[in-house]
Design a protein around this ligand. Structure first.
Ligand SMILES: *[C@@H]1O[C@H](CO)[C@@H](O)[C@H](O)[C@H]1NC(C)=O
Ligand SMILES: *[C@@H]1O[C@H](CO)[C@@H](O)[C@H](O)[C@H]1NC(C)=O
Ligand SMILES: *[C@@H]1O[C@H](CO)[C@@H](O)[C@H](O)[C@H]1NC(C)=O
Ligand SMILES: *[C@@H]1O[C@H](CO)[C@@H](O)[C@H](O)[C@H]1NC(C)=O
Ligand SMILES: *[C@@H]1O[C@H](CO)[C@@H](O)[C@H](O)[C@H]1NC(C)=O
Ligand SMILES: *[C@@H]1O[C@H](CO)[C@@H](O)[C@H](O)[C@H]1NC(C)=O
Ligand SMILES: *[C@@H]1O[C@H](CO)[C@@H](O)[C@H](O)[C@H]1NC(C)=O
Ligand SMILES: *[C@@H]1O[C@H](CO)[C@@H](O)[C@H](O)[C@H]1NC(C)=O
Ligand SMILES: *[C@@H]1O[C@H](CO)[C@@H](O)[C@H](O)[C@H]1NC(C)=O
Ligand SMILES: *[C@@H]1O[C@H](CO)[C@@H](O)[C@H](O)[C@H]1NC(C)=O
Ligand SMILES: *[C@@H]1O[C@H](CO)[C@@H](O)[C@H](O)[C@H]1NC(C)=O
Length: 400
């Protein structure tokens, strides 16, 4: 009880400071240390306390992240390298501002909003629209509401980040055992987090579950281990991209529970096991879960009205393709190669999948004959692979 009360008092003091712009006490180090410890102690209550979104916490979080991912060796670090992030330096930096243009007006923002890769809310309903671009596939994400000056995104892809996404490897001045947890101060309004193509390791902090405004996360092409944190509170999450890591465990159950917005699940080249339960993923456009160890049968596509890409090659999927598979879908790319699928190819397969452009059923245990009419319905098909099965029939030369 005693520590709860102390926590409440300190947090309240902090909010007063944030609200009224009172300057922090002189011995800031002891002061901040106490607050942070108390917030940590309150973590189990994290859904019932308010995340401190105050500027000092936002900056502290950025500083910790810089420190814990080998900041001085980043390729681009404009702004991040403007000082050494000791607590006194953090405190004196908090009030600095920078300006950005929005249309014809010039807006004053916290100085870190102008650092490399940091995106802030520029006006109440307008933070920069996000473009996910992997070279060929462009996805426009609309930011939506935000509070001016709050961090709405971090894009530090391809930037030589090395280490743990701890957000909180606190040295010397502030000591508390928050390793592997984000200090979620920057989560208040964060819509996108792009850290792909770096050398991040360890697990994804559980606190990602608290980034409830997130729309897109890309942590692909790192060396991240461990399991995915629970994601069912991320009602706005559209894109989850974690390909090419060492992530294990099953896809979190309930990933598509509630009012989820998930459109893209990019999970390829990991160590994911378990079955693929995407029940409720009504808005899925692209599922790429190739090269994992996913078990079970093919996902039930009922309700996935928007699905275009289903890439599940090289897993441990068993059973057969059910009749009606893909009915009413717009699947253009279907890759089920190198699984343990068997049975015959259903007669209605090509009727249901008439938008198919790419098809691979290679390296499975399919049997029976590919009907001669099979290809006549697949007007958009440019490549199809059936080898290493027990199939007979012939494939037109045009798509070989
Ligand atoms: C600040 O607080 C720390 C920890 O409580 C203490 O060791 C240090 O002496 C204090 N410094 C000053 C200048 O009061
Ligand atoms: C960020 O937004 C929250 C509310 O969403 C607000 O409490 C906080 O003060 C804002 N922080 C900044 C730096 O504007
Ligand atoms: C900060 O890093 C940038 C590279 O991103 C570099 O151009 C600049 O000179 C650095 N500034 C300082 C003060 O080290
Ligand atoms: C980009 O995404 C598209 C569609 O999801 C996919 O076909 C393509 O292979 C991806 N390209 C890269 C370079 O990841
Ligand atoms: C923005 O906030 C307003 C008021 O809270 C709300 O009515 C509106 O639906 C929100 N828009 C979005 C896109 O979240
Ligand atoms: C990441 O965390 C692990 C476990 O605490 C530690 O052994 C490792 O040294 C850390 N890696 C880096 C680069 O700091
Ligand atoms: C914390 O940072 C130090 C260097 O500042 C590093 O040696 C250590 O491995 C880091 N620890 C974790 C858990 O990331
Ligand atoms: C960040 O690293 C610098 C240099 O190692 C250190 O002086 C500073 O205390 C660290 N800041 C925090 C908040 O841990
Ligand atoms: C879904 O949203 C509706 C209204 O927008 C709300 O009443 C309902 O509680 C939400 N359901 C979940 C599971 O979040
Ligand atoms: C597929 O899912 C739908 C809706 O969730 C359900 O009604 C149907 O019975 C399921 N089909 C199979 C074969 O499990
Ligand atoms: C397909 O394989 C499963 C085991 O994964 C087996 O139970 C089933 O009988 C097989 N079906 C056919 C048609 O061979």
């Amino acid at each position: 009880m005693k520590s709860r009360t102390r926590y409440a008092t300190l947090l309240y003091t902090l909010f007063l400071i944030a609200e009224n712009c009172v300057s922090l006490p002189l011995n800031t180090s002891a002061y901040l240390s106490q607050i942070v410890e108390d917030i940590h102690a309150a973590r189990p209550l994290r859904n019932s306390y308010q995340i401190p979104c105050s500027p000092v916490f936002q900056l502290l979080t950025l500083a910790l992240f810089y420190n814990s991912t080998n900041g001085p060796n980043w390729y681009r670090k404009d702004g991040w390298n403007s000082t050494v992030w000791t607590v006194p330096n953090i405190i004196s930096y908090v009030s600095k501002t920078c300006t950005q243009k929005l249309g014809t007006s010039v807006i004053s923002l916290p100085a870190w909003c102008c650092w490399y890769g940091v995106y802030c809310c520029l006006s109440q309903n307008s933070c920069p629209n996000i473009v996910m671009n992997n070279g060929t596939y462009v996805e426009q994400l609309i930011c939506g509401n935000c509070t001016v000056g709050n961090i709405t995104g971090l894009d530090l892809a391809d930037n030589n980040l090395i280490g743990n996404i701890s957000w909180s490897n606190v040295t010397q001045e502030i000591s508390y055992p928050l390793y592997h947890q984000f200090l979620p101060a920057i989560a208040c309004d964060m819509k996108f987090l792009f850290l792909q193509n770096n050398q991040l390791e360890e697990t994804i902090p559980q606190a990602l579950s608290d980034f409830t405004a997130l729309k897109a996360v890309n942590l692909g092409y790192n060396q991240i281990r461990g399991q995915l944190p629970p994601l069912q509170n991320l009602d706005y999450l559209q894109v989850l991209a974690v390909a090419n890591n060492r992530i294990s465990g099953a896809l979190p159950t309930g990933i598509c529970a509630g009012n989820n917005s998930i459109t893209n699940l990019i999970l390829g080249n990991n160590l994911l096991t378990g079955t693929f339960d995407t029940t409720g993923c009504r808005l899925l456009i692209s599922v790429q879960s190739q090269n994992n160890k996913i078990k079970g049968t093919l996902p039930n596509l009922t309700g996935y009205g928007a699905l275009h890409i289903l890439q599940m090659a090289n897993n441990l999927i068993t059973g057969s393709i059910p009749p009606g598979f893909g009915k009413g879908k717009f699947i253009t790319s279907l890759n089920l190669a190198s699984n343990r699928l068997n049975g015959t190819i259903p007669a209605d397969f090509s009727l249901n999948l008439q938008y198919l452009n790419q098809l691979s059923l290679t390296n499975n245990y399919f049997e029976g004959t590919i009907p001669t009419t099979f290809f006549s319905y697949l007007g958009s098909l440019s490549a199809a692979y059936f080898d290493n099965n027990f199939l007979s029939g012939s494939i037109p030369d045009s798509i070989r």
